[in-house]
Ligand binder design. Structure first.
Ligand code: AMP
Length: 421
């Protein structure tokens, strides 16, 4: 490649730029507030894990593990993988740090990038971001209801309209095998009409046929049996209680009996929130119980439930334009060296009061400064020249109506930094 050819971002990955990045920050800020209100604490796990964690945690025959992971050999020959999701890492950490020895449910949240080598399209990226939570240490349906309530509080606080929730129960280690056998028998009869992946899944992991996205397979999938009729007494009661607690909280949901979600670790409650703004990739977030995951990863029994919001899709659904906010409160234009020094000092003091100030970097004409300020979205421009310094009064221009007034230093601080404390 020529030395002068510009280097481009990796396919399926992207830069999050201003002003959108401010909206990302706001979503994360609100999420943190809500997590705190529900007594969740932050966990940060590494972005790289040993490959076996995902093979065992997410499941050998899932699309994620068979097709989508970024896996590479480390220099010592061990196989490492960029995390495609975070639940397996959180449970690994739960076990490794013996969190089960502390009493009560462990409530953890995380936010950060995940990596899946999927075909890129709107709402689907190879590096994407998730905001998620896990409650580990109880199988009570009260925990399911509380975590879903927390999600709705978060969506409401961010003014997300038009989302709907689908819930299902995928059973447990007792009842699911019975269903899987029944499904396998049915699949054997229609196998030849299904896509090649589903023909393979019929043998290796029949449940995964239910998340096949190939359009031609959908009518056949619709005709397959559903799990709800085969749930064991314990799972049925659990699911009934989850629904009744959701009804108590007036949380709207639809039972979707074929939703199994694309990860093998789910047991009992699974849920997904879809949104109309998102086109083909309409799943905004997904979650569910994983009561056997800790044991699968070599840990003690530690039933848990969690969810993960696709932050990229969340931002798409919110619609960035309406939510963008200006990052600058005041732009300072100056004329001459002495005025620059004065402007820099004023800016330092205003910034120490948390006022967002931008100072012109070069001595440009006033007209040009006003143009830059307006492009930055600054509502006001302060003009500093030798006369202004001599009189200790500055010209303050309101960019929304072009009105200009003269303000003293005290008035300036009063207006932007609030009353002195
Ligand atoms: P999952 O971990 O597969 O249950 O996904 C949870 C959520 O993450 C989904 O509902 C999506 O919103 C989001 N998500 C998953 N894969 C991608 C991707 N490749 N690009 C963007 N968002 C994704």
């Amino acid at each position: 490649m020529s030395r002068h050819q510009p280097i481009r971002v990796v396919k399926g990955m992207r830069d999050i730029l201003p002003p959108d990045s401010a909206l990302w920050g706001r979503v994360e800020h609100v999420a943190r507030e809500v997590f705190r209100a529900y007594a969740y604490q932050e966990i940060r796990t590494p972005i790289v894990e040993v490959t076996e964690l995902f093979a065992r945690g997410v499941g050998q025959d899932t699309d994620i593990v068979t097709k989508e992971m970024y896996t590479f050999d480390d220099r010592d020959g061990s196989s490492l993988t960029l995390r495609p999701e975070a639940t397996a890492s959180v449970v690994r950490s739960y076990i490794e740090n013996r969190m089960h020895e502390r009493p009560g449910v462990k409530k953890l949240f995380y936010m950060g990038p995940m990596f899946r080598r999927e075909r890129p399209q709107k709402g689907r990226y190879r590096q994407f971001y998730q905001i998620g939570a896990e409650a580990i240490g109880s199988e009570s349906p009260t925990v399911d209801a509380e975590i879903i309530e927390m999600l709705f509080v978060m969506l409401n606080r961010l003014n997300l309209q038009g989302a709907s929730m689908l819930v299902n129960s995928v059973g447990c280690a007792q009842c699911r095998p019975v269903f899987i056998e029944r499904l396998r028998n049915e699949l054997e009869k229609i196998k030849d009409q299904l896509c090649l992946d589903c023909q393979r899944r019929t043998v290796t992991n029949p449940l995964r046929v239910l998340d096949c996205k190939v359009p031609e397979d959908q009518p056949l999938i619709e005709s397959l049996p559903v799990l709800s009729g085969l749930l064991c007494e314990g799972c049925k009661q659990h699911f009934d209680e989850v629904q009744s607690y959701l009804n108590d909280r007036k949380i709207p949901f639809v039972v979707s009996p074929r939703m199994v979600r694309g990860l093998d670790y789910y047991t009992r409650t699974t849920f997904e929130i879809v949104h109309g703004n998102l086109g083909a990739q309409n799943a905004l977030l997904g979650g569910g119980r994983y009561d056997g995951l800790s044991e699968d990863l070599g840990g003690p029994p530690a039933p848990g439930i969690g969810f993960s919001i696709g932050e990229d899709r969340f931002i798409l659904a919110l619609g960035s334009a309406d939510n963008a906010e200006s990052s600058v409160d005041l732009y300072i234009a100056w004329m001459g060296e002495a005025a620059f020094r004065h402007a820099a000092e004023l800016a330092r003091e205003l910034r120490s009061h948390n006022v967002a100030v931008e100072v012109a970097s070069d001595p440009v004409k006033l007209k040009k400064s006003l143009e830059i300020a307006s492009r930055l979205g600054a509502p006001y421009v302060l003009i500093v020249g030798d006369d202004e310094i001599a009189q200790a009064r500055y010209a303050l221009k309101n960019l929304s109506n072009s009105e200009q007034q003269t303000v003293s230093r005290e008035e300036l601080f009063q207006r932007f930094a609030g009353p002195a404390s």
